[in-house]
Design a protein around this ligand. Structure first.
Ligand code: IDC
Length: 456
């Protein structure tokens, strides 16, 4: 109940919804949305949207979702009052269907135009509550042997990430590409493949803040992140919520957004065991002192809502512990963030970052808890050829040091770092070996080996 109240309060605050729906609507606790493209033609389409209310009776509802592609435009809707602002679409119930009893459905729809692809929206809200379709995403059954089931709530012990038995573990997994661009790659089929075929422990959710990301639609992106957290949870994977700051490089530019975002996701996900927070992807062009100051303002916001989660702090020089700026790990060791249960991010791109970076990690790992929350097998542009020798040297080092990692990217982007060939995400097959790139095949072979997590 505490969690429900916190969730409702958070959603109401973020969306400023209290005036719209009144007390009955505020009691809504869950919903499911089925979105079907019923017809598509050159540049146009028709979509049917079935809303199922899984919470208390709602009188006066508002459906919200984001068009995943900038070229998608609402033309005309029915059975509700429809509008679109930027990517955000809303539909407000008509007089005759505005009351939805528990379990009741409303069938609405619209016609639209599109220019590029016509990806389906993946995250919906009803009166600000994320429609996670809880009937479709049951929590994992106890004792199912998944990474989250075995390891439970994580914490930092010494320089390691430790499980519920207080034993060091290494999590191995994949990062999304920017969810503002590649939402079509994150669905039940692709997440099943990641959990079952790749045997991934970890799913990093890269929510860009700029570049058409969070800043353009805070409520929509918050909802998308939350539903991806649920999809990881229902498959027993840990989820890293990555506040993907990149340009500008000073995370303080996004300080207010970070506080708003993390207050919301930490309250909503406080009772989950699978969530890890990453507060700033890659600080760059900024001093360690400025990054530390940012961290010491954002961490307490998360702790207030979710006291026991592990938090990853980005480091100077694109999360290189300062090495890419000509510094090194000593700036962090000498002036650590004033907080407990935190780890420091180290990122590398194997074709660009080699022996001197590996040496820094080897030294730092004896003194700082490190988490490789992003790395690529290619150059730092995200493109180019896979450097197999350097990638293998890195992965062997991380295995030896029990440093957790997430690879950039679990996507079909047209660049060497992507695990899938271009076009894969337009289909339903994420499991066959024919869909993998060289980078994807290498990572799948490394990630899918047995974890042997300690259980006592
Ligand atoms: C890259 C993407 C690329 C995109 C670019 C700009 O691969 O498609 O156009 O971002 O947003 C990072 C960043 C990560 C980068 C990646 C590769 O965290 O956002 O993704 N990279 O350049 N740090 C080092 C490399």
């Amino acid at each position: 109940m505490r969690r429900l109240m916190a969730l409702l309060a958070t959603c109401a605050t973020v969306l400023g919804l209290t005036a719209l729906a009144g007390p009955q609507a505020a009691a809504a606790a869950g919903c499911k949305v089925d979105y079907t493209v019923t017809n598509q033609w050159q540049g146009g389409f028709q979509a049917a949207v079935k809303i199922t209310n899984l919470g208390d009776t709602v009188t006066g509802w508002k459906l919200g979702f984001a068009m995943p592609d900038a070229g998608q435009k609402l033309v005309q809707g029915w059975n509700a009052t429809w509008s679109q602002s930027g990517s955000a679409v809303t539909a407000v119930g008509a007089d005759w269907n505005r009351t939805l009893a528990t379990g009741a459905t409303a069938d609405v729809g619209f016609t639209g135009t599109f220019t590029g692809a016509n990806p389906k929206p993946t995250a919906f809200t009803l009166n600000g509550v994320a429609c996670t379709g809880s009937t479709e995403e049951p929590p994992p059954t106890p004792g199912d042997g998944t990474p989250v089931d075995v390891n439970g709530q994580l914490h930092v012990c010494g320089v390691h990430l430790c499980n519920q038995y207080d034993r060091p573990i290494q999590l191995r997994g994949m990062s999304t590409h920017g969810i503002q661009w590649f939402s079509k790659c994150y669905n039940n089929a692709s997440l099943d493949a990641l959990a079952k075929d790749w045997k991934s422990d970890l799913f990093r959710i890269a929510m860009y803040v700029q570049e058409d990301g969070y800043e353009t639609d805070p409520a929509g992106f918050t909802g998308r992140v939350n539903s991806l957290v649920d999809m990881a949870e229902s498959r027993g994977m840990y989820a890293v919520i990555d506040f993907h700051t990149l340009t500008p490089g000073d995370p303080n530019y996004n300080l207010d957004r970070a506080k708003t975002f993390f207050a919301s996701v930490a309250a909503r996900n406080a009772d989950k065991k699978n969530v890890i927070y990453e507060i700033a992807n890659e600080p760059n062009g900024v001093s360690w002192a400025a990054v530390k100051s940012y961290a010491e303002q954002v961490i307490p916001v998360i702790r207030a809502a979710d006291p026991d989660a592990v938090i990853i702090v980005g480091t100077r020089g694109w999360s290189s512990l300062g090495v890419s700026d000509g510094s090194n790990e000593s700036e962090v060791i000498d002036n650590p963030v004033n907080a407990t249960n935190i780890m420091y991010a180290f990122h590398f791109y194997a074709a660009s970052h080699k022996d001197n970076y590996r040496a820094a990690v080897s030294r730092a790992a004896t003194q700082l808890p490190l988490f490789v929350s992003e790395f690529g097998t290619v150059t730092a542009t995200g493109g180019g050829a896979v450097d197999r020798a350097s990638s293998t040297a890195w992965l062997d080092l991380l295995d030896q040091l029990k440093i957790s990692y997430a690879n950039w990217t679990y996507s079909d982007a047209n660049e060497g770092s992507a695990a899938f060939k271009p076009g894969t995400c337009n289909g339903g097959d994420y499991s066959g070996s024919g869909v993998l790139t060289e980078s994807g095949a290498l990572l799948k072979s490394r990630i899918s080996t047995a974890d042997n997590f300690p259980t006592s």
